[in-house]
Design a protein around this ligand. Structure first.
Ligand code: NDP
Length: 258
């Protein structure tokens, strides 16, 4: 039997056990996937090894800590500095980031943005910013506070606080903040947000509940999507490290669940 888990805090809401166990059953694999509420991120590697895991997914707020605790980082995760998937190879833990490409796959059928505005400056915003930068697209980040902006400046990405007015219009605006997840708030002042959204072609909220941001998108009659497609696409990429199933089969199985 092979064991896998998701680490995070909170983690009870995570759909990952449902997604991966359904996949393992479909593939008739002797594998099981659980969730682990981790209170101390520094102990991530310790528990991974103690539980005898073959692989794990990492969610808020431990993606940066996971990056530090892997023996090797592969792909775009190196530049992002955050890991959401760990795979055991021999005695070594290999870290990947599937959020970045997962997001791109999620939106690609609907828009090919050249000029992107990201609201929020946390781990998810970093992943998306690096992914679009690698694709040669123009990225701007807006955040309510200043502290997290330095990382973006260091990576040559324009990043501002909300009080610095921007004049451009954007093909795509993505809410990567957790505003509206557990409360009724928008990520920024409503009239300013309306202005940006009104001039945008496509809107995305990475959260997969109906947030006030998505309600605004609906009110403005703009095409939009929530975080469900991203969740599926990043899981497809992660699952391809755990199973030998082709990506198209993984997509078909996971899409029937959510
Ligand atoms: P982080 O904690 O790293 O960053 C959160 C960001 O949101 C910060 O920039 C923070 O600003 C900002 N923020 C938080 N609350 C508010 C608020 N009320 N108003 C305005 N700004 C706010 O989180 P992550 O980037 O890791 O995750 C963000 C969200 O994305 C989570 O809700 C997560 O569930 C979701 N997610 C979804 C995925 C999917 O597959 N669909 C994948 C990954 C994440 P400040 O710097 O000022 O604190």
């Amino acid at each position: 039997m092979k064991y896998y888990a998701i680490f995070g805090n909170p983690v009870s809401h995570s759909k990952s056990p449902l997604l991966y166990n359904t996949l393992f059953n479909y593939a008739k694999m002797e594998s099981s996937y659980g969730r682990f509420l981790l209170n101390d991120g520094k102990k991530l590697r310790h528990y991974f090894l103690l539980l005898g895991l073959e692989g794990a997914n990492i969610t808020v707020p431990y993606k940066e800590e996971a990056f530090l605790q892997c023996d090797e980082i592969r792909g775009v995760a190196q530049k992002i500095g955050a890991v959401n998937t760990i795979v055991k190879e021999g005695n070594r833990l290999i870290g990947y980031n599937t959020d970045a490409l997962g997001f791109y796959h999620a939106i690609r059928p609907y828009c090919e943005p050249q000029n992107i505005l990201l609201l929020g400056a946390g781990g998810t915003s970093r992943s998306l910013a690096i992914q679009f930068q690698e694709l040669g697209r123009k990225v701007t980040v807006l955040n309510r506070s200043k502290n997290r902006l330095e990382w973006f400046h260091h990576h040559n990405i324009d990043a501002y606080t909300y009080d610095e007015p921007l004049s451009s219009s954007y093909d795509l605006i993505v809410n990567t903040t957790s505003a509206g997840l557990t409360d009724n708030s928008l990520p920024m002042d409503e009239s300013l947000l309306q202005h940006y959204c009104f001039n945008a072609n496509y809107l995305v909220d990475v959260n997969y509940v109906q947030t006030p941001f998505l309600t605004l998108a609906h009110t403005l009659n703009k095409p939009f999507q929530n975080g469900k497609n991203m969740l599926i696409e990043q899981a497809i990429l992660a699952a391809s490290y755990y199973t030998a199933l082709p990506e198209s089969t993984i997509r078909e199985v996971l899409s029937t669940i959510l």
